[in-house]
Design a protein around this ligand. Sequence first.
Ligand code: ZN
Length: 139
Amino acid sequence: MVYFFMTKEHICEGVVLHCIDFRFRKILNDYLSSRFPNGYDLISVAGGVKPLLADNGENNFVLEQFKVSNRLHRPEKIILIQHEDCGAYGGSATFGDFDAEQNFQKAELEKAEEFLKRHFSRQNIEKYLFCLSGEIIAL
Ligand SMILES: [Zn+2]
């Protein structure tokens, strides 16, 4: 069986950052495969944008992954995905209710967007919150 036809020219449409949480793997795969049928670069790290914001220095390992993706594959879009009940933030219980959690994650995504724009001014940045129900909220 042939899964992919691979060429030397390898430009991808998007680079995606999201959490390692296995509960979201299927919906992420489904969503991202339909958005980027030719593939995408994937950065999967506990907490999604959290480690990006924890160290704003040039040695940030998540930032380094974006730089490598940009250098090698020149993605047009940066997709940042946070999710409901993220253990890296202590889970949903930390926030009290869903609105508070959504507002918190929106602020995290906006901080990450602002940070990344300083390094990657050419790309569009999209921000999402994935919910346990399967709902995908654009923020
Ligand atoms: Zn998580």
